[in-house]
Design a protein. Sequence first.
Length: 437
Amino acid sequence: MKERFFVRELPEHLGQEVVVAGWLHRLRDLNKFGFAILRDRTGLVQVVLDSTQLEQLKGLQLETVLKITGTVVKKQSKDPQAEEVEVQAKIMEVLSPVTDVLPIEINKDDVEAQLDSILDHRVTTLRNLKQRAIFRVQAALVHGYRAYMERQGFTEIFFPVLAGAASEGGAEFFKVDYYGREAMLTQSAQLYKQMMVGVYEGVYGLSYSFRAEKFATSRHLTEFNQFEFEVGFVDGMEDIMAYAEASLREMLATVERENTSELKLLNVTLPPLGEHFPCVRLKEALQFYKEGTGIDETKEPDLSPAAEKWLSTVWAPHTHGSGFVFVTHYPTSKRPFYTAVDPQNSEETLSFDLIGFGSEIISGGLRVHRYDEQVARLKAKGLNPADFEDYLAMHKYGIPPEGGFGMGLQRLTQNILGLANIKEATIFPRDVQRLRP
Ligand code: AMO
């Protein structure tokens, strides 16, 4: 629509005739005249309608799509959600009449319904201003990530989703019948991003990851995205953690820059970053947790959700002014076959998680880059090296010492916006029960 103006631009056009177009968000019919609140992708504006225009809307429901030609004037009656100006309508065109009442109201501050109903009606509930703001923030995270990685001179890669071997081990994968052969949906882009280190040295991309999780939790999806990263010629795990921290800082700065109005609408203050993210070994982290809370999980091979929460929302902010903490040296038994083992202690790996504002958002580490060692590690994990022939080709024909990380897109969005359930941070979530819309 060539001549269209966006709601956000209207204050600059006071006194002018403009064309605005959008959805009928609210309507107040006062008989002789009325107020329509029109919503476009930039905001809400009040449109003053005369009785003929109100007549045109008879029998039509909210969300009817309208095109209005009118004059921008200073606003008389105040709607706190709308702009300073309003439009005095001259001509109103109904572009798409809606005759059915919306299943769930979307024009209040919040959508007042259970999460499952909100998700069932995602097509319309996402039109609510707060709901749609979540995914503007998510998009800005992607912009920030890409900008950071491009500046480092790394190459963006698009990874396959159908694969012949599982990367993360365990039983959490979906099988697919592929012309009579068994294939699976990738659990991550792990194997592919590593292979590409042998070509481009540094690669990144946004992957689709599938996990056949057995239970629905507030932090797990069966389909999600990861910011993937892998780089060669590193001196150690610390190099990779530095990339993780720097990229995350840029992503959050991008959100602050691009999403001022969304953050305000969602009433969100981003987590404090501190000067640098603290870094502790798993054993130390569990010890701190015990000392801080009296809960003894020091024998555990991993952090519990409660420990992750305490570390990132209590311990790290108080000791380092940061909502983020790196936890390193996870047990060899708990990390996948590609993870490098600590030469000082074969029970531990050179791997890390970044816990950020409530729970784990990044997993990464140094990888095994020598052929013989990788074959031995596969065998030790009970896997058959023959199933990993393509993967092992990169080791056989030379890759440098390397490592990388994966950062969950939806998990990160959930945590920084303080959303109770990861599904709120997923545009069309898939979980144990949900496969629609
Ligand atoms: P991992 O399995 O820890 O590591 O996943 C990395 C990050 O992805 C997110 N995540 C999830 N988000 C939603 N639902 C899930 N079921 C889910 N599982 C994981 C989390 C997590 O930190 N290949 C390695 C990464 C690497 O070492 O490069 C991997 O997949 O934010």
